[in-house]
Design a protein. Structure first.
Length: 66
């Protein structure tokens, strides 16, 4: 699958994870993997081609509200 590591300025991994859940996006905190860095591990391998537009819309909404 495709995995991405992401972070958002001013947020811990846990805070970012909680914030993204409000937009229907789930991930795991890097802290749970033993990392000392703040951020999230996100897998996109189960997203179907017709769902990318929905993901883009949700991420845009998250960004607009931060």
């Amino acid at each position: 699958g495709f995995y991405f590591t992401v972070a958002w300025p001013g947020m811990t991994g846990g805070e970012l994870m909680k914030a993204l859940m409000y937009y229907g996006i789930s991930a795991i905190s890097l802290e749970t993997t033993g990392s000392l860095q703040e951020g999230l591990r996100i897998c996109t391998s189960f997203i179907k081609a017709d769902q990318y537009e929905t993901l883009e819309t949700r991420l845009a909404s998250f960004r607009a509200n931060q």
